[in-house]
Design a protein around this ligand. Structure first.
Ligand code: SF4
Length: 252
């Protein structure tokens, strides 16, 4: 299948089935989204949504964060991953947002990345979600699913981002980020993707590769099935074990 076709199927499927996909982080304004995204690094959205209501109540804007310090912020975010670093980042971000950007979240990617705790991924989320910019943030889900589906062939987040930006229609970039994240979070999970319930098997590169491999293994196992040679029997046994692990036909 040509890459262009894969992209077309991807956009068609999700446009039809998830036309309103959005982030699962709770927020009411750009400042709150920025805080939530900084906190969400290597942590679940569910956990972040548990801590942000009290955090936003105590720190309703950048000025409130700037007037506080990392020690106090820490007490509100102690249950998220890396709370010490994130508390320092939020304190620094609050100061810079207040002093340099007059309390307004900037739209420029370079400006965003000047703030503590804001890397390329976070900047892209803010740019696309808040400012509708043609950018796509690549997190672990986007990275994995885009590679598995065969939309990209890349080993770094930046390379994934560049290929997605090049190939996706500009007006789908922002929502494609959510499509890939949600698919990766609930179906194409990291360890054992739930291909048996995935509606994308028919154009997924990874699924095709797995099926080809399984077919080859089956053929190999059948070849050795009636052999009396101990070595071949051993190989056949190992293959059957692998196939059983993959939950395929056990009666070889
Ligand atoms: S078919 Fe499997 S590997 Fe491919 S996208 Fe679906 S869950 Fe992921």
């Amino acid at each position: 299948m040509l890459k262009a076709e894969r992209y077309r199927h991807f956009v068609e499927y999700f446009s039809k089935n998830q036309p309103d996909a959005v982030t699962e982080l709770h927020y009411d304004n750009p400042y709150q989204l920025l805080v939530a995204v900084i906190l969400s690094a290597q942590c679940t959205d569910k956990r972040i949504n548990q801590v942000t209501p009290k955090l936003f109540e105590r720190f309703p804007d950048a000025a409130a964060l700037a007037a506080s310090d990392a020690d106090e912020i820490f007490t509100y975010i102690r249950s998220v991953s890396y709370p010490n670093n994130k508390a320092k980042h939020l304190a620094g971000m609050g100061k810079m947002l207040t002093e340099v950007f007059c309390g307004e979240v900037p739209s420029d990617l370079d400006d965003l990345q000047k703030m503590p705790g804001v890397g390329r991924k976070t900047a892209n989320v803010i740019a696309s979600v808040v400012f509708d910019a043609p950018a796509i943030a690549v997190d672990t889900h986007v990275f994995r699913v885009a590679n598995r589906l065969g939309l990209v062939r890349a080993s770094t987040p930046l390379a994934v981002e560049k290929q997605l930006v090049k190939n996706l229609p500009e007006n789908t970039l922002a929502i494609a980020h959510h499509w890939l994240i949600l698919h990766g979070r609930y179906i194409c999970v990291a360890r054992t993707p739930k291909c048996e319930i995935c509606p994308l098997t028919w154009f997924c590169k990874y699924y095709a590769q797995q099926n080809t491999e399984t077919a080859l293994l089956k053929a190999e196992a059948l070849k050795f099935r009636k052999s009396k040679d101990a070595k071949k029997k051993k190989i056949q046994k190992a293959i059957v074990k692998e196939l059983v692990k993959r939950s395929v036909d056990k009666d070889i």
